[in-house]
Design a protein around this ligand. Structure first.
Ligand code: GDP
Length: 413
């Protein structure tokens, strides 16, 4: 048995927002676009998106699951539900802990609101790299550039626009990609299609593009010496080199890339998915398993590697109407198999893992094995509570200390 998706092509992300900014709509649209492949040709308009979502919801998973898996361009994206609480509850902290990146959704009219500040600070505390998605660009009063300013002023982050909008409010009808130097128009063909085509930037937008491309390049080059040298030397910059510099600066939280769109109107969601894949780290880039031996108190750490003994954190328990009691796990090292015996390091009990499931928007997929870096649900664990560590019988390690919420798992970069 081996992996179907290499660890480098896996992303564990959350979507966080002030209430009403569009977290639910953005998540639903992400699930729509990632699930759309088998429906291409059938969908022509927004109504089809709605119909699809109603069907998915009737099947009972969609975004009600603590973790939903979807696929975009050969990458597995696990979307972990991040509770929208304003305070530092254990539940919020635990969900932040299992993420490697978060999309912060802002309303283009209201911008950074008090609750967005709280959630932002929580993500800072857990060193979660972020991308900002300025949503509701179609609404009256939408102002992408004002939100950029607010991210800088109120959140003390370094927002870097990777796109600028074409048109605004009800005339918001496209974006200019500042890295590729291309435009994307949201006409009928691109709004619901998985594949979409960039076109040349129309002449009337060239000046604005050049101004903002310079802003973007200067901000990125400040964080990347090689790029800075080329930029100052007036050399032609390869988009791949810029993308790589943005990725590294995002992972190390030196910048926050900013995109825009209107989830409700199906505008800008595909480029958001592309950015999730391009800029967020894989578990290999950031996660080091760090815990303690519950007997000796000795520290144990290891990289995110399939060939090491299992250690997995139970981050959420849930009752599924179809399969019963589910324990959602993030695997930090090793592999877990259905039928294997594990030790719960937190309470010392041995347990047998029953079925293992991957939760998709439209189905529960039975899997035999899951590997380091992944997020899956286990059925049939009787003694596991949230925060418990499950491990191999030959190496017992406790990932979450008793005095949680102090973080035990650290981000490497
Ligand atoms: P949440 O509270 O952050 O999960 O926000 P929702 O996704 O439930 O959205 C709140 C409201 O804003 C709903 O009525 C949505 O239909 C609406 N909404 C979400 N995204 C957009 C958008 O891009 N444009 C407009 N005009 N409305 C939106």
């Amino acid at each position: 048995m081996s992996r179907t998706v290499p660890i480098s092509r896996q992303r564990n992300i959350g979507i966080m927002a002030h209430i009403d900014a569009g977290k639910t709509t953005t998540t639903e649209r992400i699930l729509f676009y990632t699930g759309v492949s088998h429906k291409i040709g059938e969908v022509h308009d927004g109504q089809a998106v709605m119909d699809w979502m109603v069907q998915e919801q009737e099947r009972g998973i969609t975004i009600t699951s603590a973790a939903t898996t979807c696929t975009w361009k050969d990458h597995r994206i696990n979307i972990i539900d991040t509770p929208g609480h304003v305070d530092f509850t254990v539940e919020v902290e635990r969900s932040l802990r299992v993420l490697d990146g978060a999309v912060a959704v802002f309303c283009a009219v209201a911008g950074v609101e008090p609750q967005s500040e709280t959630v932002w600070r929580q993500a800072d505390r857990y060193k979660v790299p972020r991308l900002a998605f300025v949503n509701k660009m179609d609404r009256t009063g939408a102002d992408f550039f004002r939100v950029l300013e607010m991210i800088k002023e109120r959140l003390k982050a370094k927002p870097v626009p990777l796109q600028i909008p074409i048109g605004s409010e009800e005339n918001f009808n496209g974006i200019i990609d500042l890295i590729q130097g291309k435009a994307l128009f949201f006409d009928d063909g691109t709004i619901v299609a998985k594949e979409y085509a960039f076109v040349d930037i129309p002449d009337e937008y060239i000046d604005e593009y050049e101004t903002w491309r310079q802003v973007m390049l200067e901000a990125v080059a400040e964080e990347d010496e090689e790029l800075l040298e080329k930029y100052l030397g007036g050399e032609e910059l390869d988009p791949e080199a810029i993308i790589n510099a943005v990725r590294l600066a995002t992972i190390s939280m030196k910048i926050c890339p900013v995109l825009c769109g209107s989830a409700f109107k199906n505008k800008g969601v595909q480029p958001l998915l592309d950015s999730i894949v391009s800029y967020f780290p894989s578990p290999l880039d950031v996660t080091v398993m760090k815990g303690v031996d519950p007997q000796s108190g000795e520290e144990i750490s290891s990289p995110c590697d399939d060939d090491l003994p299992l250690s997995a954190l139970t981050f959420k328990l849930a009752n599924d109407p179809y399969v019963g009691h589910l324990a959602f796990l993030r695997i930090y090292s090793g592999r877990i198999e259905s039928g294997m015996t594990v030790i719960n390091a937190t309470n010392g009990k041995k347990e047998r893992v029953g079925r293992l499931l991957r939760m998709h928007a439209n189905k529960r997929e039975d899997i035999k094995e899951a590997y380091a870096g992944d997020i899956v649900a286990a059925v049939g664990l009787k003694h596991a509570s949230t925060g418990d560590t499950l491990c191999a019988t030959d190496r017992v390690v406790m990932l979450e200390s008793m005095d949680f919420p102090e973080p035990v798992i650290e981000v490497a970069i």
